[in-house]
Design a protein around this ligand. Structure first.
Ligand code: UTP
Ligand code: MN
Length: 566
């Protein structure tokens, strides 16, 4: 989606927006230190204020749950808007018109798309009541008439949508597929599970075949309304049914979610044919204090569980209890609750291992902790993962437990590791030293983007991490009034985003007057090291006689000018 709105416009928007006012209107902020304002985080439950908004950076960060971003992110997270909606809202407040790219102009506005999917869902729902074999299928799976209504379940007959609705809008909502230049309904002869966002708007569908053909489930593609990694099936019904949510259960399937709901487990939600994302999990922190993942007891389930743990680790807040529930082999939540009943299901759930128990149990698998070698391997793999945790009680608990389990002083280990959080995995100590200077320069640049004007050429890209630095530098140098938040906008939904955001929130204690020399000093060190590295490489080539005449010339020039830097 992001690419349909020109980056220049987003820069302008973020330059004009005022994050502090925007947040303050929703979450009253109090002034604390310097440019930072604080509040209790609206994205997780807490009693002390760890949510900070920096006026200069135009960037917010929660030290408790890791939620972070610029004004657009805040609206997306707090008002639960999609990217385009958030941009629209911000632009309206400031009085700017959003230059949507052609494709978006042609298709109707988002409101029309929601209205269309609402009509399509009603249409499929009515079709179901007229289609006896589809109704019979739901009945055979044990669903009541009431639950079919609650979830607006439906049936998609043969190709019909184009004759009933606007083709452009159908296309924009992913309801049509194209094959050899011809359009036809994406869902044909399938029972339909409409997907609603947490406010109840219809945003997409899942459709299941009635026989054994493939694919068993088909989902709407990603559209302006629907992003799989953001949505959770059933959340609307769950929130509507429960004023308080002591716990939330995450399952994999549509039928699992619905079946649990019918059996009285009204606090389950399902991911939509994707692995659980950190966005999914973070969006749940504000509703509950306990999140339980339910996995099949097979190998695929165990793999999915470990992946979920890796997603949770960097964002785990102290006040959320996580559990990992494994079903007996061959069962899914639907079959299991039917067989054993609600009480037994909930008992298994409450006895499921916590995050900590699951973590150590899984790591210890196959490792013999009575040998020194096994112990060392165990400590190493545990520490590598614990490293990712935000500072807090969970991290401490894991470290203490690791120490107890292995009867070692793990704290000492932890201290020595802290100093080197490299840009990429360092291969040797000089690489690691270099990358830490590069990281420092990048931290300065991302926090004070106007520093870019003091550097006239990009860094030598031989160094790992230099290309990212150069990309930031290029953007910042082109428009020297960009804030940190506006720079980060360029990395929306990219893998480097989290890393850059973590640099953006680090506290630097350099007085403003000292910034320029601090930055140039770091750059000079980087260039010096890069040059030394090139000289070293050429000397090695010369030593074994594979140096070219050009290289030899540049080598001697470099050695003569060894201490001069541009
Ligand atoms: P399962 O294959 O476990 O199906 O897929 P299920 O939920 O038990 O379905 P029933 O009981 O046979 O009806 C779990 C989830 O994975 C996604 C769907 O979201 C499904 O609910 N999935 C599965 C797909 O997206 N595509 C597929 O082809 C299969
Ligand atoms: Mn099933």
């Amino acid at each position: 989606m992001a690419e349909h709105i020109p980056k220049e416009f987003l820069e302008l928007l973020l330059q004009r927006a005022d994050l502090v006012n925007l947040v303050d209107a929703r979450v009253p902020l109090r002034k604390k230190t310097g440019h930072n304002y604080f509040a209790c985080c609206p994205f997780h439950q807490e009693k002390t204020a760890s949510f900070s908004v920096n006026h200069t950076k135009q960037f917010y960060y929660c030290f408790g749950c890791g939620a972070h971003g610029n004004a657009i992110d805040f609206l997306m997270q707090y008002d639960r808007l999609h990217f385009v909606e958030a941009v629209d809202m911000l632009a309206k407040q400031i009085g700017l018109a959003v230059p949507h790219a052609k494709m978006q102009e042609k298709t109707a506005s988002l409101q029309h798309l929601y209205a269309l999917l609402d009509k399509v869902a009603q249409f499929y729902h009515t079709e179901l009541s007229k289609t006896s074999h589809a109704l019979a299928y739901f009945k055979q799976r044990g669903l009541s008439t009431e639950i079919i209504k609650t979830f607006h379940l439906g049936f998609a007959p043969r190709d019909v949508l184009s004759s009933l609705f606007e083709k452009k809008e159908l296309e924009a909502t992913g309801m049509l597929s194209q094959k050899e230049g011809k359009y036809f309904d994406r869902f044909r002869e399938r029972i339909m599970f409409p997907i609603q966002d947490r406010r109840g708007r219809f945003i997409g569908f899942g459709g299941r075949v009635l026989d054994n053909s493939e694919p068993k489930y088909l989902n709407s593609p990603e559209t302006a309304l629907f992003q799989k990694g953001h949505e959770l099936y059933g959340l609307y019904q769950v929130l509507k049914t429960n004023r308080q949510l002591p716990r939330l259960l995450i399952v994999e399937g549509y039928m699992d979610m619905i079946s649990l709901f019918q059996q009285g487990v009204t606090y389950a939600i399902a991911t939509l044919g994707t692995a659980t994302t950190s966005y999914h999990i973070q969006s749940l922190f504000r509703y509950t204090g306990e999140i339980i993942f339910c996995f099949d007891g097979d190998n695929a389930g165990r793999r999915a569980a470990w992946r979920a743990l890796q997603v949770i680790f960097p964002i785990a807040p102290d006040n959320i209890q996580f559990r990992f529930m494994f079903l007996p082999d061959g069962e899914d939540p639907d079959s299991f609750i039917r067989k054993t009943g609600k009480a037994h299901f909930e008992k298994c759930m409450q006895e499921a291992p916590t995050l900590t128990q699951y973590f150590f149990h899984t790591l210890a698998h196959d490792i013999d902790l009575t040998t020194a070698d096994g112990k060392a391997r165990f400590i190493k793999s545990a520490l590598d993962l614990i490293q990712d945790l935000p500072p807090g009680i969970l991290k401490q608990t894991l470290l203490v437990e690791l120490g107890q389990k292995t009867r070692t002083d793990v704290k000492a280990w932890q201290q020595s590791k802290k100093t080197a959080a490299p840009l990429s995995v360092p291969k040797n100590s000089s690489a690691s030293k270099r990358s830490s200077i590069l990281r420092y320069a990048l931290t300065l640049l991302i926090q004070y983007p106007s520093l870019a004007q003091h550097l006239s050429n990009p860094l030598d890209e031989d160094m790992s991490g230099a290309d990212l630095f150069n990309q930031v530098w290029k953007i910042a140098a082109k428009n020297t009034s960009l804030s940190t938040g506006a720079i980060l906008e360029h990395w929306r939904e990219q893998k480097e985003e989290k890393w850059l955001a973590s640099l953006a929130q680090q506290e630097l204690t350099i007085p403003v007057e000292g910034l320029k020399s601090e930055f140039l000093g770091a750059i000079q060190q980087i260039q010096k090291q890069s040059k030394a590295q090139t000289i070293q490489k050429l000397l090695e080539k010369a030593a074994i006689g594979i140096i070219s005449p050009e290289e030899r010339t540049s080598l001697s020039a470099m050695i003569i000018n060894k201490n001069k830097f541009v």
